[in-house]
Design a protein around this ligand. Structure first.
Ligand SMILES: [Zn+2]
Length: 178
């Protein structure tokens, strides 16, 4: 079996390798070399650099994966957000607010209490004060539902932001590293 002359790709030292040798160690600088053949040309490549390039590609793939995660998270939150939104007039949606729920319930209940006491003081037929009581009940129910929707919106939003922050942190760490 013949030998081939090849130069170390790291230090340029002349090396002799077997015709079928795929890997060699440079006797001068100690580099791990991969022996590559292209037609009649024989050359060497430092293995450490190859593995570094592979690590860079893996890093790039991870960055793309994280960017995709971020986009998907944003899309999912937009959809989830719709579920938390409340229907307003003319099909408009708005974000449920704890303050609006509480104030709205107080105003509605206040009207119900006013109505009921007026109906009682005027000795109106029973269904007049009863309507006022039903109105108060509705005010409390709508108030509780709005406050609870505001709570689940806030929890969903917090979960979204914390997941987003952790993906961004990972992305920044990757980009700093490469
Ligand atoms: Zn060398």
């Amino acid at each position: 079996m013949g030998t081939q002359a090849v130069n170390c790709n790291n230090c340029g030292a002349p090396l002799e390798v077997g015709e079928a040798t795929k890997y060699a160690t440079c006797g001068f600088c100690g580099s791990q070399l991969e022996i590559l053949r292209s037609g009649s040309a024989v050359y060497s490549q430092v293995l450490e650099k190859i593995s570094r390039r592979t690590a860079e590609i893996a890093d790039d793939v991870e960055v793309i994966r994280l960017q995709n995660d971020l986009e998907r998270l944003d899309r999912e939150w937009l959809l989830e957000r719709e579920q938390h939104m409340m229907q307003g007039k003319h099909g408009r949606t708005y974000r449920p607010s704890r303050a609006v729920g509480v104030v709205g319930a107080i105003v509605m209940a206040g009207f119900g209490i006013f109505w009921t006491s007026m109906a009682i003081s005027m000795e109106a037929p029973f269904f007049f004060p009863l309507f006022g009581l039903v109105f108060i009940g509705m005010a409390v129910a709508i108030g509780i539902s709005t406050v609870s929707k505001a709570g689940s919106y806030a929890r969903g939003e917090e979960a979204y932001h914390s997941r987003r922050r952790s993906i961004l942190r990972e992305l920044q760490a990757r980009q700093r590293g490469s």
